[in-house]
Design a binder for this molecule. Structure first.
Ligand SMILES: Cc1ncc(C[n+]2csc(CCOP(=O)(O)OP(=O)(O)O)c2C)c(N)n1
Length: 515
């Protein structure tokens, strides 16, 4: 067995089942090894941002790592922006990055680069294999690193000669690291704070937004009257009618400050105190009320469900949670399609147990708000603010959950970063319905331009925020990659197109043109 075969067998023995790949010459042994490995599904992405974003979507939904297979420093570099999002999402994920054979590095051949240097900023764990027999051992360690609660980015660099040399052995799975639990003293501190009368909030993030953890947050709300608020960009949020509902902190700093205004006590579970996304002249960066008492009970790397359950019990909370979401009645005006009507129609038609990948940009509000009281679903958001996440994450989520409908709510500008994901959806016959929010603009940047204080911007500045001349034709782009597509300008057209797409188990795209 060569090193590549030992590595892939080891990863498979550790439970890894999916490889998202965009390989090159230095990864050919690994490609051959994956070919021989029963139980390892290999999926090609036509750009590395698709590969890493798909592994992120898979990890968020499967709660286990997929591997990516990437080509030396440049291939990894192409995938970094979505690894940034995955790192922010605390997704379990393993990158296998090929490199030149060790003896070849001295020649400084064209693809030579500092792979560790490229990997480090967007990885939690980086390791280069030191010998042919070490490659599989490093693979087993990478799995344990990726599973470090709630998830980490592990990057393993595999020199070509370590992959091709015979005589390697499979390495056994490592023990997974234990999940830290919050100390009793902190639970008591948080309970004491919440017992003091006055406006309070539980501020939730990361795994605290899963249904089982939210249940205990709802119990705490029932016992104390505390509001439940969550981070602006959660990795995965379980919501819909019958689940404990949470207020999501607004994006813009001044709105966020208003949202939290008047709170005297805040307890943080799965999230640090929130800060504004960017700094602006004369606007706050720190969003919590200056006089509020802040208690950081449990960070994202601790067992937040356990912390919420123990806090609820310490408070003598009832078994029935507060703030349980009621089913909503959806209404909208017929006629020209707007984000409001499209959001309501989407909420109305949302299938039970759907997964929504939300990179809808400025069009997204009515979809998110509309779906609050819709059928139960998982909502995945762009965690790190690095656009180009939406379609790849939808791809990976569909691979992880083949029995669930995936909806990609995709702003047009962000969609263009990684639209090759449509091809992977078509090739793998993934059950993803994409809705393109066609506003022909970098809409948010038009808003930000005035918020940072630019007055009277000139035509050159505006042209940098505009997506016309030429206008993008998403129906052609999609069909060119094998995904059937249609355009909708009215509520009737949109409703018909969405109903048809949701009834089809394969990929579809709807270009929603808003008035
Ligand atoms: C990797 C990356 N590059 C650039 C940006 C800056 N940026 C933020 S939003 C945006 C455009 C968003 O336009 P679109 O996706 O069409 O959504 P809209 O604002 O129109 O709703 C850009 C370029 C970013 N956040 N991430």
């Amino acid at each position: 067995m060569n090193g590549a075969e030992a590595l892939i067998q080891t990863l498979s023995n550790c439970g890894v089942e999916v490889c998202f790949a965009n390989p090159g010459t230095s990864e050919m042994q690994l490609v051959a090894a994956i070919d021989k490995q029963a139980g390892m599904r290999a999926i090609l992405g036509l750009f590395e941002g698709v590969v890493t974003g798909a592994a992120d979507g898979y990890g968020r939904m499967a709660d286990k790592p997929a591997i990516t297979l990437l080509h030396l420093g440049p291939g990894l570099a192409n995938g970094l922006a979505n690894l940034h999002n995955a790192k922010r999402a605390r997704t379990p994920l393993i990158n296998i990055v090929g490199d030149h054979a060790v003896d070849h590095l001295k020649y400084d051949a064209p693809l030579t680069s500092d792979v560790v240097g490229v990997a480090t900023p967007m990885s939690d764990w980086v390791r280069t294999s030191t010998s042919p027999s070490d490659l599989a051992a490093a693979g087993a360690e990478s799995v344990a690193a990726a599973y470090t609660w709630p998830g980490q980015i592990a990057t393993l660099i595999a020199p070509g000669d370590h992959a091709w040399t015979e005589g390697a052995e499979v390495s056994s799975p490592r023990d997974l690291p234990a999940t830290p639990r919050v100390a009793d003293s902190l639970i008591e501190e948080a309970a004491a704070l919440l017992r003091i009368p006055g406006p309070a909030a539980l501020f939730l993030g990361s795994r605290a937004l899963r249904e089982d953890a939210l249940f205990h947050a709802g119990r705490i709300a029932a016992a104390t009257g505390a509001r439940l608020i969550c981070e602006t960009l959660p990795a995965r949020m379980q919501r819909g009618a019958g689940r404990v509902s949470v207020e999501r902190l607004p994006y813009f700093a001044e709105m966020a400050v208003d949202h939290l205004h008047g709170l005297e006590k805040m307890v943080f579970v799965g999230s640090p105190p929130p800060v504004s996304f960017f700094a602006y002249p004369d606007k706050p960066g720190w969003l919590s009320p200056p006089d509020a008492a802040l208690c950081e009970l449990a960070d994202a790397c601790t067992d937040v469900k356990d912390a919420l359950r123990r806090l609820a019990d310490a408070l003598g909370a009832p078994e029935s949670p507060a703030t349980v979401q009621e089913a909503t009645h959806f209404s909208y005006e017929e006629g020209k399609l707007t984000t409001k009507s499209a959001g309501a129609i989407t909420a109305q038609l949302l299938p039970e147990n759907a997964i929504v990948s939300d990179e809808a940009g400025t069009s997204g509000g009515p979809f998110y708000n509309g779906c609050a009281g819709a059928a139960q679903h998982d909502w995945l958001i762009i965690t790190g603010g690095s656009i180009g996440q939406g379609l790849p994450v939808a791809t990976g989520a569909a691979v992880a959950c083949p029995d669930r409908k995936v909806l990609a709510l995709q702003a047009d500008g962000s969609g263009m970063y990684t639209l090759q994901a449509l091809w992977t959806m078509a090739r793998e016959k993934l059950d993803v319905t994409t809705i393109i929010m066609k506003n022909n603009s970098y809409g948010i940047l038009n808003i930000e331009l005035s918020r940072v204080g630019v007055v009277d911007p000139g035509p050159t500045a505006l042209s940098l925020l505009d997506l016309t001349n030429p206008t993008l034709d998403w129906v052609s782009l999609s069909e060119g990659m094998g995904v059937p597509a249609t355009s909708a300008e009215t509520t009737q057209q949109f409703r018909d197109a969405l109903a048809e797409a949701l009834a089809d188990p394969g990929p579809r795209l709807i270009e929603a043109v808003f008035s």
